[in-house]
Design a protein around this ligand. Structure first.
Ligand SMILES: [Zn+2]
Length: 465
């Protein structure tokens, strides 16, 4: 089993990084973060790259952490205030003594995080508001920040992509600096051919493009890829795809199975969010969790209530600190994702840590009234296991007669709606929260029309309880 390419990539970054401070003067200054520009990921070097050592990465992380804190304190109005009385960080363990940064902090005043002049900002990403303030979240990136992402995409994709692979990118890629655009740049660096397509709108058309272009790798949203395989007419030509990377939302095993069965390919998970600089971690060939971008991001798993680090293998909230970003560094940013470390060694042989696949958001699970909570991933595994199901939307609300759960199922026009409804209802009845909630009324509607708005937002149970 081949070693994750992230290990030699991280080892090399740690071994060759400049020791200078992170400066906010932009991409022309080569202090610190220029390492990835001058020494980009080179897959040819992997077998000969320096072997990873825990102490080398730890000392690199500590040095970058101290530089990040210094930059943030001196240039960001937010961190000047937030870290005014914070203790000095002399060891990685001292990070736990620093305050967290939350999504609401970013929403309140995103510009207060920025450490460079406006001229050095290459890209601004505005995220839909889901917070309490109603304000959108904005993230700012310099050219050097984007280079770091491109370099990670090159390294991460080389897990299952090599020279000559033709990669169909089913993510937004029109805008310079968008995820699809940076991914395309990373793929070119490893000799692969990126094909920017954008999110799947017409699955028939996308399948045609995939076959015509001879796509061997695809990258996209889980439900979009599911639509591609489940709306294909019998005997339709199959793209020569060997690997699929799913991103932007958690990846239900039922979707992985449907895609792998239909195309005879391997499906990999990516974990990332805009705040991480889009990319955070990716499966190795063992596919039992993500190896992380540990030279650029320092991850913690903490108890969401107390903020203390959880015991190994226990579930908590994923928190990260940027180590190399200069536009808008984030220190102990709370992701709102539940995660846990995999404590057994990875069969790929790496010394890097493995973060188990993320499935649930802290805000996700819903109590219908029985005390047992219902979570989106449970619904996903139950409903996507039913052949013909393409997507669904769920709403939980209180009716005069008791709790009410409305599920709208989008199914393939080739599926038998009566049969799908029967199977879906039976699958839902196996979920503990649905089985035991007293007086629960379950309304299951089946349609061939879209049931969710065409956004890339994470899927979640809508609640009006
Ligand atoms: Zn591994």
């Amino acid at each position: 089993m081949s070693l994750t390419p992230l290990e030699p990539w991280i080892a090399r970054k740690a071994a060759t990084a400049d020791a200078g401070p992170l400066t906010a003067d932009g991409p022309t200054n080569d202090g610190g973060r220029a390492t990835s520009i001058e020494r980009p990921f080179d897959p040819g070097l992997s077998p000969l790259a320096p072997r990873f050592s825990q102490s080398a990465i730890a000392s690199f992380q500590l040095e970058r952490l101290r530089a990040t804190i210094e930059l943030a304190r001196s240039r960001s109005a937010f961190y000047r205030r937030r870290l005014a009385t914070a203790p000095e960080v002399r060891a990685l363990a001292d990070l736990a003594r620093l305050p967290f940064t939350t999504a609401d902090d970013v929403r309140d005043d995103p510009l207060a995080f920025v450490c460079v002049s406006q001229d050095d900002i290459q890209r601004v990403v505005t995220l839909d508001s889901s917070g309490t303030t109603g304000a959108p979240k904005r993230l700012y990136f310099t050219r050097a920040d984007q280079e770091l992402t491109i370099d990670f995409f090159a390294a991460g994709m080389s897990t299952f992509t090599g020279p000559g692979d033709r990669v169909l990118i089913l993510l937004p890629g029109e805008t310079p600096g968008s995820v699809g655009d940076l991914l395309a740049s990373g793929l070119e660096r490893i000799g692969a051919v990126p094909i920017k397509h954008g999110p799947v709108r017409d699955p028939g058309l996308t399948r045609e493009v995939a076959v015509r272009e001879g796509a061997t790798v695809m990258v996209g949203v889980p439900t979009h890829l599911l639509r591609l395989v489940r709306t294909a007419p019998p005997g339709a030509p199959r793209p020569p795809v060997h690997s699929v990377l799913l991103s932007t939302d958690h990846v239900p095993q039922a979707i992985v199975k449907a895609i792998e069965t239909a195309w005879g390919c391997r499906v990999y998970n990516h974990y990332g969010m805009t705040e991480m600089g889009l990319g955070g971690g990716v499966d190795c060939v063992a596919r039992r969790g993500y190896h992380l971008r540990e030279a650029d991001l320092l991850f913690e798993v903490v108890d969401p209530a107390t903020g203390a680090e959880v015991a190994p293998a226990e579930t908590g909230e994923v928190v990260f600190t940027t180590l190399t970003r200069v536009g808008m560094p984030l220190i102990r940013y709370r992701t709102g994702d539940y995660g846990r470390w995999v404590t057994t060694p990875c069969p790929c042989g790496t010394s890097l840590r493995t973060l188990a696949h993320i499935t649930t958001r802290l805000s996700g699970p819903v109590d219908l009234g029985s005390g047992v909570r219902l979570a989106q991933p449970e619904l996903d595994e139950a409903l996507f296991s039913v052949d013909g199901v393409l997507n669904f939307a769920t709403e939980a609300r209180t009716a005069p007669s008791g709790p009410h759960l409305a599920v709208a199922l989008q199914i393939s026009s080739m599926a038998d709606p009566v049969r799908v409804q029967e199977l879906a209802r039976a699958a839902l009845r196996t979920l503990p929260a649905i089985a035991i909630t007293p007086r629960l009324s379950l309304d299951l509607r089946v349609t061939t029309e879209a049931v969710t708005a065409p956004t890339l937002a994470k899927r979640a149970i809508r609640v009006s309880l």
